[in-house]
Design a protein around this ligand. Structure first.
Ligand code: ADP
Ligand code: MG
Length: 356
């Protein structure tokens, strides 16, 4: 296993990139610690696969370098980097049996046949393919084939890292949950460095210790699930994570007061000196109190989502979502208030610290 350093990595697919928008990856400067379980999370097109393929060596970056345990591997092939990669769609040998598909990466590296057998049997159990070991891969369903792909990524224990690119897309929901738990267990047991790409926040938050959020070719925040929830560094993280996402609204700030329409909201602290740009206040629906005190709102919709209710309200034309308890009532003249602990402030979409 290895620590992976991405040093000032940029990548453009076209031949003559001029401005930032020509780059699929604008600038990635980040270290994946040895043995860490990371999720790369972001919407379609933000550069996740590009970054993963640069790490594995399928793609050579336009700028920057890649280090494994301090050694420059930028010009090495995937094979030389000793990486296992599992793709979105199955990559297997149709004419081989399930067993031989799993044995292939090991035999290829000259692993003795007794060890091959032990590792393959273990992997068959793990992926739930034990009953099909002797069948040809050709006749299997898409999700069975993807399990073989997954198994081929997991069967080797000598790799520097295992990279997953949305590997559960074709797997049915129940099996998704099972496989994800198994990946987590494997990580605990063997301490692989794992990078798991997904656009699904639930998948990212349940799998990873550290979630790397990408947006338009950049990493906007790296944090634990709790950090991403409590202190989104960028308004995009606020929107993208959470259900519903963070409420974000333009405000005018003076000292520790934020002006929102006809109302003044007291901030937990004044923004640091020199804060400029478009200022917005962000508050998650979990921190919006609905009751008889605060700013008068119109409630347009109440969604019952099981353990709680999502209230869609508007304050002087601004949409604001609030989360209330499943048994809570909505008063006749509803008002909302913001819990100070949940208030974040943004300048040009980036979070600003507030002093005491
Ligand atoms: P993600 O995996 O997050 O969906 P990708 O890394 O696949 O995103 O793509 C990032 C950007 O690079 C997108 O704008 C995509 O259209 C572009 N892109 C991806 N692959 C290629 C390619 N082979 N040639 C040109 N542009 C590409
Ligand atoms: Mg992708």
């Amino acid at each position: 296993m290895a620590r992976i350093d991405c040093n000032h990595i940029r990548h453009a697919y076209g031949p003559h990139p001029k401005s930032d928008k020509d780059y699929a990856l604008k600038e990635v400067h980040h270290a994946f610690e040895d043995g860490g379980a990371y999720a790369l999370l972001g919407p379609s097109g933000c550069g996740k696969t590009t970054l993963l393929n640069i790490i594995s060596g399928l793609l050579h970056p336009s700028h920057g370098e890649l280090l494994f345990d301090g050694r420059d591997v930028t010009n090495l092939s995937t094979q030389e980097r000793n990486i296992a990669q599992v793709f979105q769609f199955p990559v297997i040998y149709d004419t081989m049996t399930v067993y031989d598909n799993l044995a292939f990466p090991l035999r290829n590296r000259g692993v003795p046949e007794t060890d091959v057998d032990r590792k393959v049997r273990e992997t068959l159990e793990m992926t739930g393919l034990a009953d099909m070991a002797r069948r040809k891969a050709r006749g299997l369903t898409a999700d069975q084939k993807q399990k073989i792909s997954l198994g081929r990524g997991l069967v080797r224990s000598d790799v520097n890292a295992i990279l997953f690119d949305e590997p559960l897309t074709v797997i049915d929901p129940h099996m998704k949950w099972v496989l994800r738990s198994q990946l987590k267990q494997l990580h605990r047991r063997f301490g692989f460095t794992m990078v798991y790409v997904t656009h699904d926040q639930t998948e990212a938050l349940t799998f990873a210790e550290k979630v790397v959020v990408m947006y338009e070719g950049e990493i906007v925040q790296i944090g634990s699930p709790a950090e991403l929830f409590e202190r989104p560094k960028h308004t995009f993280v606020g929107y993208f994570i959470g259900s519903p996402g963070m409420n974000v609204m333009p405000v005018a700030v003076e000292g520790r007061n934020a002006r929102l329409g006809s109302q003044t909201i007291e901030l937990p602290g004044a923004p640091k000196a020199g804060t400029a740009g478009a200022i917005e206040l962000g508050i998650r629906p979990e921190y919006v109190r609905l009751g008889r005190e605060g700013m008068a709102v119109k409630v347009s919709k109440v969604e019952d989502v099981g353990r709680h209710k999502v209230v869609r309200a508007s304050f002087e034309g601004r949409d604001i979502a609030a989360i209330i308890g499943e048994d809570a009532d909505i008063p006749a003249d509803p008002k909302i208030a913001f819990e100070p602990a949940g208030i974040n402030l943004y300048a040009d979409s980036w979070r600003v610290e507030m002093g005491a």
